[in-house]
Design a protein around this ligand. Structure first.
Ligand SMILES: [Zn+2]
Length: 425
């Protein structure tokens, strides 16, 4: 029997915390999936390991070089401005809240995301498979959705001076906070506020499952990330428990976990993990001798654009004619900054990664292999997770993905991420 596929993304799920939640009985739905499926703990996130980049990779199966979502905050050379996807409230305020929301809701999908790799929704819709997405950063698909008319939404539109009225292209069913809802449900997103989003996702997905409306659904569970930012990564057990309740609710809509798993294949995955921040690097201070582009300034008046993005940052040299000279100076200055583990940059046709211990240079087809046997640029794709082995007592069952999803896409996408659980065939 062909199963439907549920892809659940628990934002920033840390494998150690998932283990703890399961041990303490706080995640019964996830425990059941681990028991009946395959648990892959040692996956690798994108670089940079931040939500927009990882979300684009999860939705397309390719890395940032191909999907073109480079970071949380980046400099758009074409438009000569910073793009900020909402790394924090302060960041959004600095770059303009309305603009930041426009970049996140509309531009990320309709302008910044490359048109070349198809999203999972586009792939499946082209194959006549019914798709759905809950509030996820990447939702691009083949169906036009107009902005919601009912509920609290019209009030927001008025408050934002008429912004956010535009239609978008998404999967067959799209539920995106209060902005888009492809059908009427009793579910409330409360403006997509942190802490409320998992329950909205659970509510709309339960509705879809109960009424047999889709074959593939991306279930976005972002509250774990927000909770970790607020309480620290080791507090995740509480937010994993709430993501688990969302999954239970979805399973319940099909008549309980057993009935649900008879009809649905499930992939639960993380997009990246978190690290405890013990010290911060203030790039603005470190680069105080530079003329750094400020938001809304003319790029012609500055030397560099600086884009902090949590675990990493990007620095752009703005004057192409002085690039080489400025790059040399920039590298010299950055190498003197305490707390930078690695500096990556282009050096002719090669990529270079500098660390205090030495520099690694590599190029496409250069023959270098990483610890996982990957050769970037050689045309080889990421390998799918290995099947269960005797050294992983929790793993059981088959390694193939099942259901309505494309196995190649699922294998490629899941191979890159931390903490993946897949239900058995
Ligand atoms: Zn994330």
């Amino acid at each position: 029997m062909t199963k439907k596929l549920v892809l659940a993304v628990i934002d920033a799920l840390k494998p150690e915390m998932l283990d703890r939640a399961v041990e303490h009985g706080r995640a019964p739905a996830l425990a059941r999936l681990i028991e009946r499926g395959i648990y892959v703990r040692d996956c690798v996130s994108t670089f940079p390991s931040v939500t927009p980049v990882a979300a684009a990779t999860i939705a397309t199966g390719v890395g940032p070089a191909e999907h073109h979502i480079p970071s949380m905050n980046w400099f758009h050379r074409g438009e000569g401005r910073y793009v900020e996807y909402g790394s924090s409230f302060e960041a959004s305020r600095t770059f303009g809240i309305v603009r930041s929301l426009q970049d996140t809701v509309y531009n990320m999908n309709l302008a910044h995301l490359s048109r070349t790799p198809k999203t999972v929704f586009e792939h499946l819709q082209d194959g006549g498979i019914r798709t759905a997405c809950t509030t996820y950063l990447i939702y691009r698909g083949r169906t036009r959705h107009t902005a919601a008319e009912g509920g609290i939404y019209p009030a927001i539109v008025r408050a934002a001076g008429g912004q956010f009225r535009h239609a978008v292209w998404g999967p067959d069913e799209l539920f995106y906070a209060d902005l888009f809802a492809s059908r009427r449900t009793d579910c409330r997103s409360t403006l997509g506020m942190p802490g409320q989003r998992d329950q909205h996702t659970a509510c709309v997905t339960a509705h879809l499952v109960e009424n047999d409306l889709v074959d593939f659904v991306l279930v976005s569970l972002p509250d774990n990330d927000t909770y970790s930012h607020r309480r620290g990564q080791f507090a995740q057990v509480t937010s994993i428990a709430s993501a688990d309740r969302a999954l239970e609710r979805i399973m319940h809509a099909a008549g309980g976990p057993d009935e649900f798993l008879r009809e649905h294949a499930v992939i639960v995955m993380s997009d990246h993990s978190q690290t405890a921040v013990s010290d911060r690097v203030n790039l603005r201070e470190a680069l105080s001798s530079w003329n750094v582009l400020m938001p809304d300034e003319d790029p012609a008046t500055a030397e560099i654009a600086v884009c902090p993005s949590q675990r990493s940052a990007q620095v752009y040299v703005l004057d192409p004619e002085r690039r080489d000279t400025l790059m040399r100076r920039l590298l010299r200055d950055l190498k003197g900054v305490q707390g930078l583990d690695a500096i990556a940059y282009r050096r002719g046709d090669e990529a270079a990664v500098w660390t205090p211990h030495g520099e690694l240079r590599f190029a496409p087809d250069g023959g270098l292999e990483d610890a996982r046997g990957e050769r970037r640029g050689s045309g080889r794709r990421c390998r799918a997770p290995a099947p269960a082995t005797s050294s992983s007592p929790r793993m059981a069952g088959s390694s193939s993905s099942t259901g309505a999803g494309s196995p190649t896409w699922a294998g490629e996408a899941t191979a890159r991420f931390c903490g993946v659980i897949r239900s058995a065939r």
